[in-house]
Design a binder for this molecule. Structure first.
Ligand SMILES: Nc1nc2c(ncn2[C@@H]2O[C@H](COP(=O)(O)OP(=O)(O)OP(=O)(O)O)[C@@H](O)[C@H]2O)c(=O)[nH]1
Ligand SMILES: [Mg+2]
Length: 346
């Protein structure tokens, strides 16, 4: 599963990408699509690491894809090639320029960029949906499929993104494989000048994002790059000076993780403290298979301690003596932050 950093030319995508991945892709020139692994910051893992002092600590990871902007004639348009690169992404993080970039013509206009991107996605989807609907009617396809495409068409004609249609009104399984862009989860990063990092999202932007069922954060790619290059103590000093509680990029990455409907469960011990990534709703047996296929095959039960319970009691032994250890079967739905110990037999 990957998340695309998308947006118009020179908005700061590669700067954000480099900071998150530690890679060193050239900035400012467009370029190729690049894929990189990004560590998902998690305070709970930080805390568990302090408690267990394990030999190894492993955070959750997600893949980000840096999709270059298109430099050239129509500043806020997307070519067929550009659209295809965006279609390949599971979720979209739209980086919007809100700083002066001498290489890009014109003053920054974040709202106009948001509208332009949204309009491109809606037009692209309209084309796909109209074509499919025409064909499906002619071929007398499954009436449920025709109905789903009709619902989609009605929304798009009102310039509403498909992601804003509630689950019970649209059977998304029937739209799978059509690469509909406006149905992709969307998170917007407004890339601002150094001086504005502590400001909240402007009201008009926040309102529009809510209408588009999208999330949003303010960040300065430049400041985040500086923060990433510092040691932990210098970092917190610097953040305080800026009036920030935590790095905006860390919040951005966590928001992207949640955008994909992903959660983490943990395994703990003297050897390793580790976060494992699953889709929300995954059952215990399946989740055990993430750790090792033997654990899924020979699954007997899972001993579960929710993170908050663990912190409240301080140790596994204390949790047990308080009678708070949950013993769960294979159909237990694993919750975000569960500490799991899988009993198995193969
Ligand atoms: N002042 C300032 N400059 C920035 C910021 N973010 C990026 N830049 C600069 O803007 C230019 C373009 O940044 P990139 O990260 O290459 O932008 P991009 O979105 O990847 O550009 P394309 O891939 O060409 O579409 C570079 O010169 C960056 O140094 C920022 O937060 N503040
Ligand atoms: Mg770039």
């Amino acid at each position: 599963m990957k998340i695309g950093l998308v947006g118009f030319a020179g908005s700061g995508k590669t700067t954000v990408f480099n900071t998150m991945t530690g890679l060193d892709v050239p900035v400012g020139y467009g370029g190729e699509v690049r894929l990189g692994a990004v560590r998902v910051p998690d305070e709970r893992i930080d805390r568990l690491m302090k408690i267990f002092s394990p030999k190894k600590t492993t955070y959750a990871e997600i893949s980000f894809c840096d999709v270059p902007g298109e430099h050239g004639s129509s500043k806020r348009g997307l070519s067929a090639r550009g659209l295809q690169q965006i279609r390949d992404q599971e979720a979209l993080c739209l980086v919007i320029r809100d700083f002066d970039n001498p290489a890009v013509e014109g003053e920054p206009d974040p709202l106009a960029d948001l509208e332009a991107f949204h309009a491109e996605c809606v037009f692209a989807d309209l084309e796909v949906v109209e074509k499919r609907l025409e064909r499906a009617r002619k071929e007398r396809a499954n009436p449920a499929e025709i109905a789903a495409f009709e619902v989609a068409l009605a929304a798009l004609e009102q310039e509403r993104p498909l992601r804003s249609i509630p689950e019970h009104e649209l059977d998304r399984a029937l739209l799978k494989g059509f690469g509909l862009l406006s149905d992709r989860p969307l998170l917007v990063a407004v890339n601002v000048d150094e001086g504005r990092v502590a400001e909240p999202l402007p009201g008009a932007m926040a309102k529009r994002l809510a209408e588009l069922s999208a999330g949003g954060v303010m960040l300065s790619a430049k400041v985040e790059a500086d923060i990433a290059a510092m040691g932990p103590e210098e970092q917190s000093e610097f953040l305080k000076d800026l009036g920030l509680e935590s790095s905006a990029l860390d919040r951005f990455i966590r928001a992207a993780y949640e955008l994909l409907d992903l959660i983490s469960f943990f395994t703990v011990g003297p050897d390793e403290v580790r976060a494992w990534t699953i889709k929300r709703g995954t059952r215990a047996k399946r989740a055990a298979g993430k750790i090792h296929s033997d654990l899924e095959r020979g699954f007997i039960r899972a001993e579960v301690i929710p993170y908050a319970t663990f912190i409240e009691h301080g140790s596994e032994t204390a949790v047990k003596s308080a009678g708070k250890l949950q013993v769960e079967g294979q159909d237990y739905v694993v919750q975000d932050g569960d500490i799991l110990h899988v009993r198995f037999n193969v």
